[in-house]
Design a protein around this ligand. Structure first.
Ligand code: DC
Length: 212
């Protein structure tokens, strides 16, 4: 069984996907981690993120593996580095390159053979157009910033909410406007507006649909 969960920045895709996968006894793959890992490799190897040919060659030579929230680049764990602000700043520019996407989509399809819950931007439209179940999560910018700020506060960190709102909006705009596999709901996806639900509520709604 393949369950696709797409949506914009910080709409709860991974939190929801992880719990849904656990309930269904399937692996969970957060494809955002994979694009972040490619962006990290580009920065560390000083590849210009405007150089599509170099990024394509890079992505085709990398093995990106994930497990839950963890991610490895050619066997080296890079989980701690992929959420650095310098990665969030450039990841959309890396992810819009067609060759980078081809390389990642091939790896995504290969890991999904035994069934999967997969989260991203183009899972229901491009990676698995025939997925058994497709969901597209939405949330207002205010709500997404509020959730992120609460996560940071739980870790004792203070959030710059204006900067967060700017990043969420800018990244979604870039991901929606690219020509290859833009962020959008598949025609047969169930759009879930999560503003009115907490995490458990969204998980329950997704599981209710999947279990029919
Ligand atoms: O889910 P995230 O915010 O960690 O994803 C980081 C970036 O990766 C996102 O801004 C766009 C890109 N991405 C993508 O293009 N396609 C996917 N399936 C997943 C993520």
């Amino acid at each position: 069984m393949i369950v696709a969960i797409d949506g914009g920045v910080a709409t709860g895709k991974s939190a929801v996907g992880r719990r849904v996968a656990e309930a269904l006894g399937l692996p969970f793959v957060d494809t955002g981690l994979m694009y972040r890992a490619v962006a990290l490799a580009a920065l560390e190897r000083r590849i210009d993120v405007a150089d599509g040919a170099a990024l394509t060659a890079l992505a085709h030579g990398l093995k990106v593996t994930t497990e839950g929230r963890r991610v490895w680049l050619d066997g080296e764990e890079v989980t701690d580095r992929v959420y650095e602000p310098r990665i969030s700043e450039v990841v959309s520019r890396v992810a819009k390159i067609a060759g980078v996407r081809l390389a990642m989509v091939a790896q995504q399809r290969a890991v999904a053979r035994g069934g999967v819950v997969m989260a991203g931007r183009d899972i229901g439209t491009v990676v698995f157009p025939d997925a058994d179940h497709k969901f597209f999560l939405t949330a207002s910018v205010d709500e997404r910033v509020r959730r992120r700020a609460a996560q940071l506060a739980a870790r004792g960190e203070v959030a710059d909410t204006d900067a967060m709102a700017t990043e969420v909006t800018a990244r979604d705009r870039m991901d929606s406007q690219r020509t290859v596999a833009p962020l959008r709901a598949a025609e047969d996806a169930l759009v879930v507006d999560t503003d009115a639900f907490d995490l458990e509520g969204v998980v329950a709604e997704v599981l209710r649909r999947v279990r029919g």
